[in-house]
Ligand binder design. Structure first.
Ligand SMILES: O=C(O)CCC(=O)C(=O)O
Length: 321
């Protein structure tokens, strides 16, 4: 009897280990699995935009063909995130200058994808001097990038339980990065312009934008396909400060002659790094629901001595403290 119950206990423990092991494995591999499902893209030149196949359900209502058409958005697009609070339509902002942008005649933007996700190509955000001043401010403090806030919380807890300060380095991301947080960095003219452009296009105050992140990719380094939005299921606590990440502005701080594209594999669309230009895209659809088409990646630079530097601004639904 004793032997039987010992055997039963061992079997029970084995099953328990197997179940927990599987959960842990799935957690760890959540993003890797997604990354490996990425469709491979051919080279897509700057403005040659390939649309979804006609058979795709999202293409059925589109008059657009398979190459880029720059058109002014005439379809009202409202982000209804609070059920009562509406953000201005993109049409209100396309081609129009408001607030700080009135003083920046060189900055222009075009709608690149009129379906999910909304993607805008923004030109001449920064001069080369302004872009390089951000690189120099970030350079002394860049460290290997982590994906702490985007990890499923179960796994995040495990990592922080071992070392409360720790975040997780990741197989899906080999770049380095840092945040512009000191008063001097926050007030760098280039950083202020980035924040004004992001705030003006999306139609939110600066206080809805997280600290500017600066990323560095050396040859061969990458950031695999991932979303910027938080999942209500996997990351509930991320909503407490600032709510959902609704949109992101990328601004390339250096030009990369080969590789290094910022790519949206599910659109599909791919943008080469051109110093001072950028893309702004939405991570939620017009009802405020996470948009799976917004998955994106940072492709590895392929040339020697061509480091990609990128500024990333995450725009929240509410004030971010
Ligand atoms: O490096 C890129 O082009 C993309 C960066 C990115 O995906 C991110 O910061 O979320």
């Amino acid at each position: 009897m004793a032997v039987k119950s010992k055997a039963a206990r061992i079997s029970f423990l084995c099953i328990l280990f197997a179940v927990f092991g599987t959960i842990l494995f799935l957690n760890i591999n959540f993003y890797s699995l997604r990354a490996s499902s990425q469709r491979s893209l051919g080279e897509v030149s700057e403005f040659k935009v390939t649309r979804h196949d006609k058979s795709d359900k999202m293409a059925s209502d589109s008059p657009l063909g398979t190459t880029a058409i720059f058109q002014v958005d005439t379809v009202p697009f409202r982000l209804n995130l609070d059920n009562e609070k509406y953000y201005p339509t993109i049409a209100d902002f396309l081609g129009k200058k408001t607030g700080a942008l009135m003083e920046r005649p060189s900055v222009t933007w075009e709608l690149m994808n009129d379906r999910q996700p909304r993607i805008m190509y923004v030109r001449n955000i920064l001069t080369p001097e302004q872009a390089l001043s951000i690189v120099e401010a970030a350079r002394p403090q860049v460290e290997a990038s982590v994906v702490g806030d985007q990890l499923p919380e179960l796994f995040r807890f495990k990592v922080r339980f071992k070392n409360p300060q720790a975040q997780a380095k990741s197989a899906i991301r080999t770049s380095s990065g840092t945040f512009l947080q000191s008063p001097e960095q926050v007030h760098l003219p280039g950083n202020q312009i980035l924040r004004q452009v992001a705030a003006a296009i999306v139609g939110v105050p600066d206080s809805n934008i997280e600290a500017t992140q600066v990323l560095r990719y050396e040859k061969g380094q990458f950031y695999r396909e991932h979303p910027d939005y938080f999942s209500k299921f996997l990351h509930p606590s991320n909503f407490q400060n600032g709510g959902q990440r609704i949109a992101t502005l990328f601004c390339w701080l250096t030009t990369v002659s080969k590789g290094g594209h910022s790519t949206f594999p599910r659109v599909p669309m791919s943008f080469p790094p051109i110093q001072g230009n950028g893309v702004l895209f939405y991570s939620v659809d017009k009802s405020g629901i996470e948009d799976e088409y917004s998955f994106h990646s940072g492709e590895p630079p392929e040339c020697d001595n061509c480091t990609k530097w990128l500024a990333v601004l995450w725009i929240r639904q509410h004030t971010f403290k």
